[in-house]
Design a protein around this ligand. Structure first.
Ligand code: SF4
Length: 287
């Protein structure tokens, strides 16, 4: 059986950039990230081993843990932070800003429209760190919307701008935009969802169609991996979702000649390679 890693798999460019900056500046534990750089415990442990520590962002926002970053190098992860938190950090530490350029674009759009007296609706997950950062740019003009019902509680006496958290689900985005377009309001829509994610979904569908069977590697609690697995399963009936290689089960069909391995936006390439090598060993040993 031939085992092929999806050439488009691996972490997204924003997270990859944050990890690259962390690796370059790590050493003797003096680099502290504001929150875990990636939703992947094995990668967080690997970074910890090379000296990248992380601290809960909430502790710094509340001021309670400011002592632990004083005089250190602090890394802002790809999700970005609020302008208020940035001002808190500036006099205390040396800042490495790994905010993704696509997130910065949304921050800029929000900031510009806030100064033009727009009400800003941000579509996404209310407690997601990126959403918290974006709301900080909107100040009193911003509202995070995670459900269509949230729209009924709003006033529409001012012009309204609707933007998205970069990773907002397509379903939620379209539902919210459609609802707002059906109201008689002064509305401006700017689609700020990350195109990298949409392109990745298209690539993954075509990769899964070309393989006889597919293994999706990623945490069982990862909503991003769940979405990928559904896409793979919709086009390939021999799909498995595993966290580690030892969960893999040899598909019973005799016709399987190529096995594809892919992963979510928080599964780094080295993990896919490790899974490929272990599955290769199981196949050779006739497991
Ligand atoms: S905006 Fe896109 S590329 Fe940037 S961190 Fe988010 S998912 Fe990754």
């Amino acid at each position: 059986m031939k085992i092929v890693i999806d050439p488009n798999a691996g972490v997204c460019p924003g997270v990859k950039n944050a990890i690259r900056i962390a690796e370059k500046n790590a050493g003797n534990g003096s680099l502290i990230a504001l929150g875990a750089l990636i939703h992947n415990p094995q990668e967080v442990q690997r970074l910890d081993r090379i000296g990248v520590r992380y601290i809960d962002q909430e502790g710094i926002e509340s001021g309670q843990q400011l002592d632990s970053i004083r005089g250190k190098k602090v890394l802002i992860r790809s999700h970005g932070i609020t302008p208020a938190l940035l001002n808190t950090l500036k006099p205390e530490c040396s800042i490495l800003d790994a905010t993704c350029s696509r997130v910065k674009r949304v921050q800029k759009v929000i900031h510009e429209h806030t100064s033009q007296n727009y009400q800003i609706i941000i579509v996404g997950k209310k407690n997601h760190p990126e959403m918290r950062g974006l709301l900080g740019y909107a100040g009193d003009n911003g509202i995070g919307v995670s459900r269509k019902q949230d729209l009924d509680k709003l006033e529409y006496s001012r012009p309204t701008l609707v933007v998205a958290q970069t990773t907002a689900s397509p379903e939620l985005w379209h539902t919210v935009c459609e609802d707002l377009q059906n109201r008689e309001i002064n509305l401006k829509i700017i689609d700020t969802r990350c195109k990298v994610i949409a392109r990745h979904h298209e690539h993954i569908r075509s990769f899964a169609q070309r393989m006889d069977a597919v293994v999706v590697v990623g945490g069982k609690t990862s909503s991003n991996t769940a979405v990928l697995f559904e896409i793979v399963r919709s086009v390939n009936c021999h799909a498995q979702w595993i966290e580690q290689a030892d969960e893999w089960v040899l598909p019973s069909a005799k016709t399987i000649k190529t096995l594809g391995i892919t992963g979510g936006a928080s599964t780094p390439l080295w993990q896919l390679e490790a899974v490929r090598d272990e599955i290769g060993r199981y196949v050779r040993e006739g497991r």
